[in-house]
Design a binder for this molecule. Structure first.
Ligand SMILES: Nc1ncnc2c1ncn2[C@@H]1O[C@H](COP(=O)(O)OP(=O)(O)OP(=O)(O)O)[C@@H](O)[C@H]1O
Length: 305
């Protein structure tokens, strides 16, 4: 069974002024149990619409989807996921502790288990000190952390986060990445949207790139990173061996001690053979690769040009 299975999902918004927006155009996608999946896309790509469809908050125009085998829109599917909306807003006269208690009760959790889970979530999200203060006094980052805490309370198998790093400072972002990695270690599934590629590179197994309502790429982060290898930066010691045979390679840097060459992937074997024949000493080899941001921008630019 797939944790998420999306089949030809489309969504057309019809606004009052007769504006028609085709937000999703036949999206098909599945996420395996235990996978961390990054849903990338520029502003307006349809990420939130997809997530809202999954959580039963908007009705797809056509297509279908399941969450842990349950059809979207059903109570059973909703219970099986912890959901963080984009820009969460809470009853701000409640304290974080009171709000988490309310959430746990809606999932029918017994009092003793609930109070233990609330304490754990408040400590994990670094909200313990503020737990007795009404949320109206919370900073944006604290509200976002309450949003993540409320997804953890009933310990679901699947987590659906819409822009979980939004509004967080670097410390808060690192904390959320740690939480996602910890969920993965515990065999949970995480599906999250973002446009920050750095977040994806560090925590995701696979990514999908959505542009204008269509899935334009779907691959493992490992494959993307491997396919992005453009060559190698090879550092050699200037004093050792004869460097003349290497003069067809681009020199990136040179000082009194080292020469650094840029070696394209297809010429790497040739370079290493020349180095050995001429007794040149190699001191460092680094991979030169396109990062995930370049991969993402290539796809988006191809679609918009
Ligand atoms: N309720 C709505 N009524 C009309 N159009 C909408 C509605 N909600 C979203 N849209 C439009 O649907 C498209 C997709 O929006 P969506 O919010 O899903 O994108 P997104 O990828 O989540 O963007 P962002 O990263 O900016 O949050 C956009 O063109 C948006 O203006």
């Amino acid at each position: 069974m797939k944790a998420i299975n999306i089949n030809e999902l489309s969504k057309i918004y019809n606004s009052k002024r007769n504006n028609v927006v085709e937000a999703l155009k036949g999206l098909s996608l599945s996420v395996d149990p235990g996978e961390v999946f990054g849903f990338l896309g520029p502003n307006g790509a349809g990420k939130s619409t997809t997530i809202k469809c999954l959580m039963g908050l908007v009705c797809p125009t056509s297509g279908s989807a399941t969450i842990m085998g349950e059809p979207i829109g059903s109570v059973a599917s909703r219970v099986k996921a912890g959901f963080l909306p984009e820009n969460p807003a809470f009853y701000d006269y409640l304290t974080a502790g009171e709000y988490l208690h309310f959430v746990g009760k809606t999932f029918g959790m017994p009092d003793n288990l609930l109070s233990r889970c609330i304490d754990e979530a408040l400590k994990l999200l670094e909200l313990w000190e503020a737990r007795k203060r009404p949320m109206r006094g919370y900073s944006k980052g604290m509200v976002q952390r309450v949003g993540i805490a409320q997804t953890l309370i009933h310990d679901p198998e699947l987590y659906i986060f819409d822009e979980p790093m939004s509004g967080l400072d670097p410390i808060g972002r690192a904390l959320v990445k740690e939480i996602i990695l910890d969920l993965k270690k515990r065999g949970k599934t995480v599906f999250f949207s973002t446009h920050i590629t750095d977040d994806v590179e560090k925590v995701c197994d696979r990514v999908g790139v959505l542009v204008k309502g269509r899935l334009m790429a779907l691959d493992s982060v490992e494959n993307i990173m491997r396919s992005g290898i453009e060559g190698y930066v090879v550092q050699t010691r200037l004093a050792a061996g004869s460097h003349d045979s290497l003069n067809s390679f681009i020199v990136l840097r040179r000082n009194e001690i080292f020469i650094e060459y840029l070696v394209p992937t297809e010429r790497f074997t040739e370079f290493m053979a020349l180095v050995t024949q001429n007794s040149v000493e190699v001191t460092l080899i680094e991979t030169k690769r396109k990062d995930l941001e370049a991969f993402f921008l290539d796809i988006v630019n191809k679609q918009t040009n």
